[in-house]
Design a protein. Structure first.
Length: 182
């Protein structure tokens, strides 16, 4: 269930994620100053609005985001900017709403990835890579170590601007919030 999110936090979420999405599309980077601003505003506004419990919510949201995204960074499946951006998002909206936004973002990211692969004519090849990644991980091996194109840092990888997907997921989350928040 989506919880009530004050308009000021909705605005901060929108500004931070859309700005990050634009930067990611243009330069394939999410600036640290933007992530830091998101973290400071997330912690600051939650502390101002809700005092101690607000600070706890921000910490839990950031921690939960890092718990989910940092392993993806370690597997070279995602860039550090994406991890930091989602940590900032967690500090703004807290862990419960962050999880909902994460699900929305993951679904939209999957659709965008499939569309990108279809446009590049590489869908079949990359579907085989999914099986390879699962096989490698069941053997406790990092997939990028055995296949360069599974390393997001490699020029051979097909990369998706995940910051832009996070921005899109945030917009969809805010639309859903307008209809279903309690």
């Amino acid at each position: 269930m989506i919880s009530h999110l004050p308009p000021v936090l909705q605005l901060i979420l929108l500004i931070v994620t859309v700005t990050a999405g634009i930067h990611d599309l243009r330069s394939r980077r999410i600036p640290n100053w933007l992530v830091m601003a998101g973290l400071i505003l997330g912690f600051g506004m939650n502390l101002f609005l809700y005092e101690g419990p607000g600070l706890r919510t921000s910490l839990l949201g950031m921690g939960f985001a890092l718990l989910v995204y940092f392993p993806l960074y370690m597997l070279h499946a995602m860039g550090a900017g994406d991890v930091k951006l989602m940590a900032a998002v967690g500090s703004i909206i807290g862990p419960g709403d962050w999880f909902i936004l994460f699900i929305i973002t993951a679904l939209l990211g999957g659709v965008c990835a499939v569309l990108l692969l279809v446009l590049k004519g590489r869908l079949g090849e990359k579907m085989w890579n999914v099986g390879w990644m699962l096989s490698e991980m069941t053997h406790l091996r990092a997939p990028y170590q055995s296949s360069e194109e599974l390393d997001v840092k490699s020029a051979k990888a097909v990369r998706l601007a995940h910051g832009a997907v996070i921005a899109l997921g945030s917009v969809v989350f805010l639309i859903a919030h307008a209809f279903w928040a309690k």
